[in-house]
Write a protein that binds this ligand. Structure first.
Ligand SMILES: [Zn+2]
Length: 287
């Protein structure tokens, strides 16, 4: 199967990742400034938006230390969080990254997602969980270390499996209790300690809808920085069982034909990309 590039996971041409700023910083830098999960942006004359350059940044107070991201086409990039009550002036506005794919280039969506994850780590891991001392960031890798007991804390990443179950030409779509009315998607669940991704697929499918599946195939993955998930997609063939939604996480689940689909998750999600790949792939490859 061809690799797909989802928002948040697109390659960033011209980007060299880094951990610490170089001795000589570029004359102008990119600043990805966040207020919660919303990015401060400025409009482009050609349409869309982009993050701020250093000479456009208003004097906003930062609520945690800035983090160096790397260099994009020769310009150093930083991210930081500003106070929630920051007043914006001029043409500046804020954009939620959830809906940003329509307004930002794929490169900025990817770097914005990376920034949210690193800023969440910076904010939520200030002290050692073993001895309570203040943690310090390494200059060489993304981890923090306690100077007292040398406990290390890395940015948190929580793996989640997603599974598109197919049976002949149909796919299984389910309504989670938290979804907006009318929306369906494929199944998803957090990987538990001591579990492989494949074991997680079988367990989640059995727990949520009471089915057995087989013939698992990896589809693709997507960082989902709200705040630190990594989505890992699989296609799986139905093996046995009748659909029994668990009634807690999943309130409804049905088989759907490719040409009669309900409202689907937004195009920014890996789930949507997997559903579209299934419905657009020639039928003989889905036994
Ligand atoms: Zn410690």
């Amino acid at each position: 199967m061809a690799e797909i590039h989802t928002p948040f996971g697109s390659p960033v041409p011209g980007f060299e990742p880094g951990v610490s700023p170089p001795d000589e910083i570029s004359e102008t830098c990119w600043w990805l400034l966040f207020c919660g999960s919303r990015l401060l942006v400025t409009p482009l004359e050609t349409g869309g938006f982009q993050p701020l350059q250093s000479d456009e940044c208003p004097p906003l107070p930062l609520v945690s230390p800035a983090i160096y991201l790397g260099r994009l086409n020769g310009q150093d990039c930083f991210c930081a969080t500003v106070a929630r009550d920051s007043m914006l002036t001029g043409k500046l506005c804020m954009l939620g990254l959830h809906e940003a794919d329509e307004h930002l280039s794929p490169s900025w969506v990817t770097l914005g997602g990376r920034s949210i994850q690193l800023l969440s780590w910076e904010r939520n891991h200030r002290f050692c969980g073993v001895c309570g001392n203040e943690l310090f960031r390494s200059r060489h890798q993304f981890f923090k270390e306690c100077p007292q007991c040398h406990h290390k804390v890395y940015p948190r990443i929580s793996p989640v499996v997603m599974v598109l179950i197919h049976r002949h030409q149909q796919l299984l779509l389910a309504r989670a209790a938290r979804f907006p009315a009318g929306r369906y998607s494929i199944l998803a669940g957090f990987v538990e300690a001591g579990e492989t991704l494949e074991q997680c697929v079988h367990r989640e499918v059995m727990e949520e809808v009471g089915l057995e599946v087989e013939d698992l195939h990896y589809a693709d993955s997507q960082p989902w920085p709200f705040p630190h998930s990594l989505m890992i997609g699989f296609f799986a063939r139905y093996r046995s069982g009748d659909i029994h939604p668990d009634g807690h996480e999943i309130v409804e689940a049905h088989w759907f034909n490719k040409n009669h689909l309900p409202e689907l998750p937004p195009s920014i999600s890996l789930a949507r990309w997997m559903i579209e790949r299934f419905i657009n792939t020639r039928s003989h490859t889905w036994p």
